[in-house]
Design a protein around this ligand. Structure first.
Ligand code: ADP
Length: 485
């Protein structure tokens, strides 16, 4: 049985800024159900400490990077039996605000130090130096926040194997040299062959250079990050490591995302009772201030408001479609300028465009259930989750052909439609014109209910459950161990 230490900086439902959180909340549970001995380690942010009431102190560490002793608390991941180790370093993590930024969304100035402490603690667990009498066979690290772990473990002769998963290569955790020098790390890590990157110290390189195997969250993104267009300057390194780079699509937790059991939505339904979905459409129109028109084509967007997501393409793409009665419901948080542009659109199109700015898990369910289609015009998308959820809800995805969007939506064309395989609309160019054509094609299809139903049903039958992805991760762990021997 593999013993896996799963090191992550966010876990649903305790702390979430993006897809990593949902992966970390679900994949360890799926692996545990397969019989793996998996344990999760997470920083002890304030909401984590508040939520984990049933914990005990299992270790106390003195780490070079920390001014205070660091306690390891043991609890369980959600309602599962998966052990959760919380790195309790109050000076670093017990503060108001988010995991990486303060309440005003400014990065914490001591992020390099904070995640050095987290990584050092995970290394002690990985080397069984915390007194737990449990040494993992594999330490599975995620994104830049745990990038130092493979780099530090690489210096240990009796180390476990390491796997590093890229959830988004654009977030590198780069800090200047002066910062690096305060971290007490081995000076030789600040070299181009190690973690130096254009004069800075990039945490992500610790994973990309030193992990035994690298995974990312879709096969297409695994190919894309080997190109200059998507590699953010790390494409050469990714090509160099291409034999060790594997793409595995994220899964969906169907206990949370099931239209037949979803307690957040107005009307529950499944593929046999799709007509009930219109109850959710009416409720959404009411909630978002849209005209109560049954026949209107309601387009939804649930997204971080960031350049990556292509939300800026929507106003131009929709301009010729308003007069055809399209409606748009947006749920988003992030960039202020994008928010103002969407707000201007709601003011210009009253009753046809509604928006909610902020993070709202519950509304995301109602929006995905109530919309006819979900739009994801991302410039790049490592995996994307909305398109996986919405297919189960009979809400047709309209996506750009990139990353996990390309891997999980089967485009509408005559053959795919006839074979009941088509699940969504797919376009190529990241432009308002290309998006507009795709939206128009979707509206055209929507006006032919028999065809639209086929696309809805094909999507609802897709299985993106975690079990299949978890089996692939188990294979990766096996291979990493073999490679380590
Ligand atoms: P990323 O990690 O790049 O933000 P993903 O699609 O991988 O994108 O994951 C983001 C998750 O967060 C999705 O499940 C998406 O539906 C959800 N989400 C994004 N913005 C919001 C919001 N404002 N309110 C609620 N859920 C949101």
């Amino acid at each position: 049985m593999h013993k896996i230490l799963f090191a992550t900086s966010e876990v649903h439902p305790l702390v979430k800024t993006g897809g990593l959180s949902e992966v970390s909340g679900a994949l360890p549970v799926a692996l545990y159900r397969m019989g793996l001995d998996v344990r999760v380690v997470l920083p002890g942010y304030r909401p984590v400490l508040a939520a984990c009431t049933n914990v005990r102190v299992v270790a106390q560490l003195s780490l070079p990077a920390s001014v205070e002793p660091v306690r390891i608390l043991e609890g369980a991941l959600g309602r599962s039996a998966v052990p959760l180790y919380v790195v309790d370093a109050p000076a670093m993590f017990d503060r108001p605000g988010g995991p990486y930024a303060d309440l005003a969304d400014r990065d914490w100035p001591d992020n390099a130090g904070r995640f050095t402490v987290f990584c050092r603690a995970a290394v002690e667990l990985g080397m069984d130096r915390a007194g737990l009498r449990w040494q993992p066979d594999v330490v599975h690290c995620h994104d830049w926040q745990s990038g130092l772990i493979p780099a530090l473990l690489a210096r240990e002769p009796l180390r476990p194997a390491t796997v590093f998963t890229i959830h988004n290569i654009a977030y590198m955790g780069s800090f200047d040299r002066a910062h690096f020098e305060t971290l007490g790390l081995p000076p030789d890590l600040f070299r181009p062959e190690a973690m130096e990157f254009y004069g800075q110290f990039a945490f992500i390189k610790g994973g990309l250079v030193f992990a035994d195997l690298i995974t990312t969250v879709s096969p297409t993104y695994a190919r894309e990050i080997q190109t200059p267009q998507y590699g953010c300057g790390l494409d050469g390194l990714m090509r160099h490591r291409s034999a060790d780079l594997i793409g595995i699509l994220n899964g969906v937790d169907y206990e949370l995302w099931d239209p037949a059991a979803d307690t957040e939505i107005a009307a529950r339904y499944d593929a046999q009772s799709l007509e009930r979905k219109s109850g959710n459409k009416r409720a959404l129109q009411r909630e978002m201030g849209l005209h109560a028109e049954e026949a209107a084509f309601v387009l939804g967007a649930v997204s971080r408001l960031a350049h990556q997501k292509g939300i800026d393409l929507l106003p131009g793409a929709l301009a010729p479609l308003w007069r055809e009665g399209v409606q748009l419901a947006v749920l988003g948080a992030g960039d202020g300028d994008l928010q103002r542009r969407i707000a201007a659109l709601t003011a210009a199109q009253p009753g046809q465009c509604g928006a909610y700015f902020g993070y709202n898990d519950s509304l995301s369910h109602r929006l995905i259930a109530g919309a006819d289609a979900l739009v994801m015009p991302s410039r790049y998308e490592p995996c994307g989750l909305g398109q996986l959820y919405c297919q189960r809800y009979g809400t047709v995805p309209i996506v750009r052909r990139t990353g996990g969007l390309a891997d999980s939506v089967t485009p509408v064309n005559a053959d795919a439609l006839n074979a009941d395989m088509a699940t969504g609309l797919v376009f190529d160019e990241p432009s308002a014109a290309a998006l507009s054509s795709a939206l128009r094609a979707a509206m055209f299809l929507y006006r032919v209910p028999s065809q639209w139903r086929r696309v809805q049903r094909a999507g609802m039958q897709r299985d993106f459950g975690w079990a299949r992805s978890a089996r692939r991760y188990a294979e990766v762990y096996r291979r990493a161990r073999l490679q380590r021997q």
